[in-house]
Design a protein around this ligand. Sequence first.
Ligand code: SF4
Ligand code: SF4
Length: 217
Amino acid sequence: MPGFTIQQPSRENSLILDEGPQKISKQVVIDLGMASLQAIGSDHICKVCISNSGSCCSGCRHLSDRVGCQRRNTSCTAWLCGFIKYVLYETGYLQQWNDFWEQVPGQDFRVDYTPDSFSIHHSLKLPNMRSLSEALAADLQELAQTHIAIGFILTLREKLDKNIDQFMFYHDEPAKQARIRKRIEFLSLPFERFHLALHDFMEKRSALTDEKDGLSS
Ligand code: SF4
Ligand code: SF4
């Protein structure tokens, strides 16, 4: 859900659990989710999406003009649109995101029935990928300006969403996944800035991993 609705930016964007289930409060989970969206850089993408009439908060009774969301809940924090989902898909963090939120009970549409505290066992730890979202936002802005079709980027968002969901669903069918991956590649062909930023991000991440492996060996 749109980054501009952040009202209480939290300090931590990672939660690493020791083995076994751990009690956690609903508020901590929401704060963690909001901080993670900040680390993803969703606000960059939301700005472009909203200016193209794509806000996913549109028409919600909890949305206050110029203030933002008045009822932040677990459901809206967990939910990802096609664009944000795409960033996590390409960086390989989507499964971790899904696993984390699947353990949070009581999610519904624009409201939650999540208890004040509950047990979880999956961690959530995302690196800073704001440069990726900034690059994708610039690509989307350019696409929106150069395509005369109204809502072009919003249609693209829905197609990405659908295909990535299918990709995740067929996790044990490699042939199907390969076909879906091709479709996602085709849909994302115009994201030139994003792909450059992704290349950079992956190189830095693998250099960090090599460094850590070197230290521990
Ligand atoms: S649909 Fe996605 S990009 Fe658009 S405002 Fe909602 S979260 Fe942001
Ligand atoms: S409760 Fe409404 S305004 Fe708040 S994030 Fe969800 S959809 Fe947006």
